[in-house]
Write a new protein. Structure first.
Length: 220
C-alpha cells in the first residue's frame, strides 16, 4: 500500500484514506463519457430509407410503347363504333351467306350479336392492359406473364375482327389500327424484358442509406 493511500494515527498505525468526494458535475461528465456515441445517420451503417428513384430508360420506353398501344386501341374502338351502322348490313350479308333460309330479322339480330361480340373484347383488352400497366409500374411480380397473355388474346381478337367486322373500305383502316395496337404492345413487352428492366423489377423498392430527406424531397 502506498503512502498516498494510507494515513497514520496517533498510535503510529496506518489506516486507509477515505475515498475522495466526487462533485455532481464531475459525475455527470463521467456518465456522459461512458455513454456510447450515437450511430451516424449517413454512411454504410445507416438505416435504409425508401426513395422514389427514376426507373431505367428501357422501362420508360416500355411504358411509352404500352401507352401508345392503348391509345391505338382506344382509337380503334371509337372508330368501330362510328362505322357500326355502315358495317351492320355487310355483317348481315356475311351471316346470310352461311344460311340464307332465315327471316330478315334473324340476320339483323345476328349482325348485332357479331358486332358486340367483337366490340366487347376490344374494350376489355384496353381496360385489362391499363391495369397491367399500373401493376408493371408498381413492380408487381409476374406481371409480364399477364401482359404476354393479354397480347396473345388481343392478337386473336384482331384476327377475328378482321374476319367478322373489319372488312370493306371502312374496315381496312380499323384493321390497320388494331394491328398497330398489337404490334406496339408486343414491342413494349419485349423492351420490358431487357436486363435493366428485369433488375429494376426484381429490386421491388429503391433504398438509400442516410437521413430522411425533407418533406419536399421525392420520398415515398
Amino acid at each position: 500500500m502506498t503512502i498516498s493511500e494510507t494515513s497514520r494515527d496517533d498510535r503510529g498505525e496506518t489506516t486507509p484514506e477515505a475515498p475522495a468526494r466526487v462533485s455532481p458535475a464531475d459525475a455527470h461528465l463521467e456518465r456522459r463519457a461512458a455513454v456510447p456515441e450515437r450511430p451516424p445517420l449517413a454512411g454504410k451503417d445507416a438505416a435504409p430509407v425508401l426513395v422514389k428513384a427514376p426507373p431505367p430508360i428501357v422501362v420508360r420506353i416500355a411504358q411509352l410503347l404500352w401507352v401508345t398501344s392503348l391509345l391505338a386501341g382506344a382509337v380503334g374502338v371509337v372508330y368501330l363504333m362510328i362505322i357500326r351502322q355502315a358495317q351492320l348490313p355487310e355483317i348481315a350479308d356475311l351471316v346470310r351467306g352461311v344460311d340464307g333460309s332465315r327471316a330478315e330479322a334473324t340476320y339483323t339480330s345476328a349482325a348485332d350479336i357479331v358486332f358486340w361480340s367483337v366490340f366487347s373484347p376490344l374494350v376489355a383488352i384496353i381496360l385489362l392492359q391499363i391495369v397491367l400497366l399500373v401493376s408493371f409500374a408498381n413492380r408487381r411480380p409476374k406481371v409480364r406473364w399477364w401482359q404476354f397473355g393479354s397480347v396473345l388474346f388481343s392478337a386473336g381478337v384482331v384476327l377475328i375482327a378482321g374476319e367478322l367486322v373489319a372488312f370493306g373500305d371502312r374496315g381496312l383502316p380499323l384493321e390497320r389500327i388494331l394491328q398497330a395496337q398489337v404490334a406496339l404492345a408486343a414491342l413494349g413487352l419485349l423492351v420490358s424484358v431487357l436486363p435493366p428492366s428485369l433488375r429494376w423489377s426484381a429490386r421491388r423498392h429503391d433504398i438509400r442509406r442516410g437521413p430522411q430527406a425533407p418533406v419536399g424531397d421525392s420520398q415515398l
